[in-house]
Each structure stands twice: as C-alpha cells, then as structure tokens.
Design a protein around this ligand. Structure first.
Ligand SMILES: *[C@@H]1O[C@H](CO)[C@@H](O)[C@H](O)[C@H]1NC(C)=O
Ligand SMILES: *[C@@H]1O[C@H](CO)[C@@H](O)[C@H](O)[C@H]1NC(C)=O
Ligand SMILES: [Zn+2]
Length: 518
C-alpha cells in the first residue's frame, strides 16, 4: 500500500472509531483496559469492497435451479434462534483460533435465506409440537398437539378421528414411491420427529404410561406415540429411524442395554414388535443400539434400520461417549446412504434436538456446541448429496438468550462482556431473560457470576433475570436456509406452515401445487 493509501486508511479508521456508539466509553473508561484486536486487512477498505464484490458476483452467477427435487432433506435445529446462530458461528471461529464473528456456519453459505413466523393457532410463543405440525404437515395447530388440526384441543383423551388428521411431507413422499426416514438426537418419540409420523392430541403421550396417566378411565384410549411409530402408517414404512428413547418402547420389567428401565405399563416390547413386523414382511432389517453397530452397517445398511442409542435423549455431543453414541453427522450419513438406494428419491428429517434442551437449562455452551454439530451434519449431507437434492435448514422456534454488551472484537463469546453493569458488576455476553440460571440477589446486589467456582464449566448456567425452572421459548421469527432445486422459494418472511408446501412443490409431491405437471 502506498503513502496515499495509508493516509486514507488513517482517516477511515478515525471515522469508524468516531461513529462507534461506545466510542466515548471506550476512550474514557475502557481503552487502557481492553486493547482491541486489530485484523490489519480489515482496516483496508479494499478488503470490504472485495468481500462485497464476491458476494454480488456469487449471487448473480447463481442460476435458478429448476430441476425437480428428487430428494428433500429438512434439518431442524430445535430452538436455534437467530442469536444462537450468531453466537454459534462466533464460537466456531474462536475454536479455530480466530476472532470468530466473521465465521460462517456451513449452511449460512446457502444461496437463499428467509424468515419463518412461528406462532401457533392458540399460542403467541410456540412449542415444538404445533411447530412440527406446521413445518412437516403444512398446517398450524394448537400448542402441544401433533399431526392434527386446530379443532383438536391439547390432551383431549377422546380418540382423534382421521378426519382431524393432517399428514406430513414424509407421507406425501411415500405416496409417490419415495422413501422416508428420521434422525434425531432426542427420543425418536419426542415432539419434532413425532411430527413426521404421529397424530396425537398430546405430545407427551410417548409411551402408554403417559396416556394412562392423563386418561385413566377412557374406554377407547388413544395410541401412544411409540406404538404409532411401530404399528401405524407412515411409521411402519420409515426406512431409517435413528435417535434415542429406548425406554418408551420397553416395558417397566425390562432394563435396556445400558441400564435404563422401560416405561411401558402394557408389558409390550415394541423393539421386538418392530423386528417381528419386518420379519413378517420379509424385508431385511436391523436393530442397533450403539455407534459401533451403526457404523458397521454404514456402507450396506439393511432395508429397514432402527437405531436407539440411549434410554432417554442422546447425550450432549460434548458429554457423549464416542464409542456408544454416534454423532448427528454419523447418523445423517447412514440415513442418506440407506435412503439414496431408492431411484425415485426420499424425504429425510434430521433434528439437532438438544440445542433446545441446553437453552431450557441456560447451558449456553452446550446450546452453541449442539448448533455447531447440526452444521457439521448439514456439511456431511452436502458431501453425499447431488444437486437433485433440496436441503432446508431451519428452527422450530426461538429462545430468550440474548447476545449483547459492547465487547471488543474477538472477545470470548462465552465470557463476560467487557463492560460492567451500573452496579459495577460484570454481566455475560450471552444471558437469558429467564430460566434456572437466575441467582438470588445478595443485600440487594446481583452476584458476580464470573467469580463462581464452576464458571465456564459445561454445566455452568449462564445468568438469567426471571427465575423459572425451565427457560422459555422465544416468540420471534427464525431463519430458513435453502439450497438446491427451487431454493429461491424460501426467501421472504412467511408462515412456518408454508415450508413443507414449498419443499413439496419443488419435489412434485403432496396434495398442493407442484413444480411439474405430469
Ligand atoms: C374432546 O374432543 C371431543 C371430540 O372432538 C369433544 O366432543 C369433547 O367435548 C372434547 N372434550 C374436552 C374435555 O374438551
Ligand atoms: C423373502 O425374500 C427373499 C429375498 O428377497 C425371497 O427369496 C423369499 O422368497 C421371500 N420369502 C417369502 C416367504 O416371501
Ligand atoms: Zn423447548
């Protein structure tokens, strides 16, 4: 750079510094304390002009893909709010030794981004059941209900009649002769994956013990969700089912491979019944319960594969035993290898389900790590899929984690903000509006959470304002990322229930309008 360039650079830097909202505080209170990381190339305007030029060029060269989508893969980050994405990408970059903010999660490079409105028919802030009904069945419903219309009220023990059923895009794919499967890090009977195959007035009816508890005197009891997965269409025809939740399939008298007791009160072993059903249908099939068994099948999976890797939800990635627990990317790979054998194509649902659980417990580090794991699974899928595949990545609802303060560039995103509160005490860059991380005030003062013995541990709860046993969901929009055929449909701000209709349009399946007319 010549002398002229350097002069301009100095002016620009001065300009940027003067415009910065925290300029005054920085100069008068913070400058000495917090030296700013400087990335020299970013001080050159040419860096940003080049960044913009590449962005415009890549957008213009992006020809619309008007092929029919043979395969559709929907990735769901449960509770993966916009601040979660921003913080996760920062953490990802910082783990790679960079400042972090400039990093991108793999799916953030997709050509189309949109926003989905997540409210439900009876709820301003959604849960994972009514949203699953929206983004899988294309219809908004009541909170807590799965695969049924909003005429069905939550926990109503009257057997739902088929006239109130709504059907998922997995069923639309099966009706077209394609295959379908589910992969999740939660129990496979949990709300999000259950949206693929269940019709239930209550998301918590995962085993018959739950139905009995809510509906003790009901003569014609609704079938629990595990039973629907094993015995009802389309659960019976899912070629791949991978996740946690063995306890929902086993009777109380049975202890599973890792010591978890079953929950069922009807004496039924639904894992055995799944095996019997496949034997009776004379189809190749396999049940696996650990990573080693799963990976042994990865290159030549049987026609039907059931993998249950935990009694309850699968472990958080950072706490998992890699010998027994496959990663989300591992499971996604096996599922795609299995479903790709159908020439007509497939629909696959992949959920990073524990982002939500970590947020509910204010375990912010785990929430971000699980989001990074989801991005790794999307990357693995992209390596395996051709350009006939539509890949959509979204979340069901937001959370109340905020990402704030005026920290310097590259500040550890899991740490305290550079600033202090007006009470002179540190506050966290990532904190929650509510949840179990609320601390009692001592003599009218907030505690200094950074002084806690377990500060920064995996199980350390970030600070929350309102004490609540479980942190709540957020009501704002969530992002939708799309790549592949008709990705451009996913731009804009729209109802969450539009998502499966757009995927079905691109794939020419389902009851709605199609991209191809033959
Ligand atoms: C449950 O649903 C049935 C059928 O729709 C309805 O007749 C009944 O009134 C509902 N019960 C309650 C308690 O809401
Ligand atoms: C079961 O499938 C195998 C292999 O596809 C076939 O050879 C056999 O005849 C089938 N048996 C029955 C009873 O249908
Ligand atoms: Zn939740």
């Amino acid at each position: 750079m010549g002398a002229m360039g350097r002069g301009h650079l100095l002016l620009l830097t001065l300009f940027v510094v003067l415009l910065h909202p925290s300029f005054e505080r920085d100069v008068y209170h913070k400058r000495q304390q917090y030296p700013t990381v400087k990335i020299q190339e970013e001080a050159d305007p040419a860096f940003w002009l080049n960044e913009a030029r590449l962005g415009i060029e890549s957008r213009l060269s992006n020809t619309l893909n008007r092929n029919k989508a043979r395969n559709v893969v929907l990735f769901l980050g449960d509770g993966m709010s916009l601040p979660t994405l921003a913080a996760a990408r920062t953490l990802q970059g910082q783990r790679e030794g960079r400042t972090g903010e400039e990093s991108q999660l793999f799916f953030e490079t997709f050509p189309t981004t949109g926003l989905s409105k997540t409210y439900c028919v009876d709820a301003q802030t959604a849960d994972s059941a009514c949203t699953a009904t929206a983004y899988l069945c294309g219809v908004k419903a009541n909170r807590g209900t799965l695969g049924v219309t909003a005429d069905v009220l939550r926990t109503n023990c009257t057997l739902v009649s088929p006239q109130h059923y709504v059907h998922s895009i997995a069923e639309w794919a099966l009706a077209d002769g394609r295959d379908a499967g589910i992969v999740t890090t939660t129990r496979v009977t949990h709300a999000s994956p259950a949206g693929v195959y269940a019709h239930s007035a209550e998301r918590d009816w995962e085993s018959n013990a739950d139905v009995l508890e809510d509906c003790p005197m009901t003569p014609n009891m609704p079938a629990d969700i595990a039973q629907q997965l094993v015995h009802s269409y389309p659960g019976t025809h899912l070629k791949v089912i991978l996740g946690g939740g063995r306890r929902e399939f086993l009777p109380v008298t049975v202890v599973d491979e890792e010591g978890t007791e079953g929950k069922r009160l009807d004496g039924r072993n639904l894992i055995d019944e799944w095996l019997e059903d496949k034997t009776a249908r004379n189809v190749s099939h396999e049940y696996v319960w650990n990573r080693r068994e799963l990976m042994r099948l990865s290159t030549s999976p049987p026609e039907y594969l059931l993998g249950l890797f935990e009694g309850n939800h699968m472990q958080y990635n950072l706490k998992a035993d890699p010998d027994t627990e496959p990663s989300l990317a591992d499971m996604t790979e096996v599922a795609i290898r299995s479903l790709s054998r159908n020439d007509r194509g497939f629909f696959l649902f992949v959920e990073g389900g524990r982002i939500d659980h970590a947020h509910h417990d204010n375990l912010v580090q785990l929430a971000l790590d699980e989001s990074i794991e989801l991005a790794a699974a999307v990357r693995r899928a992209a390596e395996l899929l051709g350009d006939e595949s539509l890949v959509v990545v979204t979340a069901d609802h937001a959370h109340v984690m905020s990402y704030g303060g005026y920290s310097r560039r590259g500040a550890g995103v899991l740490g305290a903000a550079d600033d202090r509160g007006d009470d002179g005490l540190p506050y966290m860059t990532l904190s929650y509006a509510n949840g179990p991380g609320a601390r009692p005030h001592l003599h009218g003062r907030r505690p200094d959470v950074t002084a806690e013995e377990d500060f920064g541990d995996l199980d350390w709860k970030s600070h929350a304002e309102v004490p609540l046993e479980e942190e709540t969901h957020g009501g704002e929009d969530v992002a939708v990322f799309a790549a592949g055929p008709y990705h451009d449909l996913f731009t804009g701000t729209y109802e969450q229930s539009r998502i499966p209709h757009m995927m079905a349009y691109a794939a020419c399946i389902g009851p709605g309008p199609h991209a191809c007319h033959h």
